[in-house]
Ligand binder design. Sequence first.
Ligand SMILES: NC(=O)c1ccc[n+]([C@@H]2O[C@H](COP(=O)([O-])OP(=O)(O)OC[C@H]3O[C@@H](n4cnc5c(N)ncnc54)[C@H](OP(=O)(O)O)[C@@H]3O)[C@@H](O)[C@H]2O)c1
Length: 346
Amino acid sequence: MAEVKAGIINITGYIGMELARLLHQHPKVKLTSVTGRSAVGQKVGEALPHLDDIKLTIKTELDKVDFVFSALPHGESAATVITMLEQGVKVVDVSADFRLKDATEYEQWYKIAHPAAKYLEEAVYGLTELNRDQVAAARLVANPGCYPTGAILALVPAVKAGLVEPDIVIDSKSGVSGAGRALSLTTHYAEVNENVSAYALEGHRHLPEMVQELKRLAAEPALSVTFLPHLIPMTRGILTSCYAKLKEGKLAGGKKGGEEVMKLYQDFYRGEPFVRVVSPPPQTKQTWGNNLCLIHPAVDSRTGRLIVVSCIDNLVKGGAGQAVQNMNLMLGFPETTGLDAPAVYP
Ligand SMILES: NC(=O)c1ccc[n+]([C@@H]2O[C@H](COP(=O)([O-])OP(=O)(O)OC[C@H]3O[C@@H](n4cnc5c(N)ncnc54)[C@H](OP(=O)(O)O)[C@@H]3O)[C@@H](O)[C@H]2O)c1
């Protein structure tokens, strides 16, 4: 295949610029066109000096390309995505616009009527490890949210095997880039530094996405999920801790139960290039800048609970990296193409 021309709608946000960084290193795809509302007419390197090697001018509209990433906010993304689809261009939408299958649920959580509900059925939820074949055949992929990526991957092996009771708690800690680049009081340095805060106790928008996907794969349909996100003083990364009561009699007691659950997870993710079942529990810095999701399952034998800890970089596996992973499948390239850089450490 001739070199694929790719475009990014909105390079000026954190996800857009991370997409540009990854595509610049991609051996099969050439980034040829970018938009960005606040920097139209500027060279990429003028607006984003760390991307000075990308010799493109930021425009209002994309030039003709073969593949598009939309990194717009939800609500804004859908119309642009549809225009691209209608021109015969495949799209990965990194916004939330096509993730939920139910337009009523979208309206309930995002407080706007869905801008393009007729495309919801067609859109494939791009959690690559769980929907690989559908992603490969799709022309529209809805890239998962950052929190759902780490949480769903952490829970699926246990939920699918019917190992846990349906009452699940998901506790996540996110770096500040998860909130995007736009200024807000809650993400000021002085508000975040040396501080940790819980938010969205009334329900975070990523919760219905987690429930939708876990229910689809669960051994039994009833699931009750509490999700509590926290903002912590770091730039990138999400650490998620999941807790659920183990069903009676599913695992051996004591240390053996922990070994059994570790083996279940290792078998589930065997051969996955971007999911590693690790011991000891992972740390966010081990995923800085790479496309990995690191997962550590354990059993608290005192309480009979399963504990699963996962780590991702919200901007890579939780956003731009997973989008490139999906693009690779949609274009028939090996899934790992252009995504093999190790983490930046320390
Ligand atoms: N941050 C993450 O960890 C993460 C992870 C997964 C998915 N996502 C999703 O990815 C998308 C982008 O997120 P982000 O973190 O990159 O956000 P961001 O840094 O705030 O960037 C969003 C950008 O969208 C542009 N924009 C805002 N309103 C617009 C409008 N009405 N029309 C056109 N452009 C508009 C702005 O560009 P200008 O500055 O040029 O005006 C803004 O910089 C969102 O849908 C988000 O939910 C984010």
